[in-house]
Design a binder for this molecule. Sequence first.
Ligand code: SF4
Length: 343
Amino acid sequence: MKKIWNIQEIKTLFKKPFLELIFEAQKIHRKHFNPSEIQISTLLSIKTGLCPEDCKYCAQSSRYKTNIKVEKLLKIDEIIEKAKQAKQSGSDRFCMGAAWKHPKERDMPYLIKIIQEVKKLGLETCMTLGSLNDSQAQQLYDAGLDFYNHNLDTSPKVYKKIITTRTYQDRLNTLNIIQKTGIKICSGGILGLGEKTHDRAELLMQLANLKKIPDSIPINMLVNIKGTPMENNKKINTFDFIKTIAVARIMMPQSYIRLSAGRENMSKNMQTMCFIAGVNSIFYGCKLLTTNNPKQKDDLQLFQQLGLYPKKKIIYNKNLKNINTLNTKMINNTSKYYNAIMN
Ligand code: SF4
């Protein structure tokens, strides 16, 4: 039977000594995943800016004066081209985001066509389009959509301060609608919004207590975007960020936990600690919707240093050809890894 978490249990995890917590998370991680394998997704903005929502952290809200380049809906050919590039660089999932409150009925044939074309490339598909009604969710499912991203961002209490154009309950309702169709859920949060440990615990409780735990959990570190009300927010403490990942891994052992926005501002050491705490997915590629992401070359070098490899084999460019051999060797030699089930 699915465990229902209460806030005290989660707070107890947060209070554990850091190294104890990380060790527990790492043991659980190894029971459920190959610790050296990383799932890689690429994210493309298919409609940028002029969003009617007022999320205080976001460059795309029409309420704030930011430096983003507003773009209308991309043409299907352009999207397919980007999807092909993503596949070549090792992504197995292609995520597409549109800055909408919700899709309109006239957008549905376009979205369906995109899903069908991207699936033909052999990629998993994920979309983030705002709230959905039953019929829209069903149409996306029928078109073959694998994942839908809909983040809960933070605790219900902090959410009210960050976004006023929709409620936490609206978010939960859409998640419920999506889950009913069979589309897998991608839902996570942003750390650094001014929340306290209690709020992080509440966010994780909300996610873990959903009818079905999200298959994919993006954990973002706030990017202070000039022109947004959060441009001067204090950076979250590194250890607090890593702790949140470890607690998420313990509570949701079978989900992919993804380092998402903010990775560009993390040192390689911090990212490494996140992998140890249970991260096994990243966004890959130089842009994440409108914010920057580490260069692919840097990511591959970090993978090489840590002995990590992508879930899907990368088609390498000349500069990194050695990593391909490394991947094959590592995949074939699992004896190198500590097996938490056996130990
Ligand atoms: S986070 Fe999404 S919904 Fe909120 S303003 Fe940005 S694009 Fe719109």
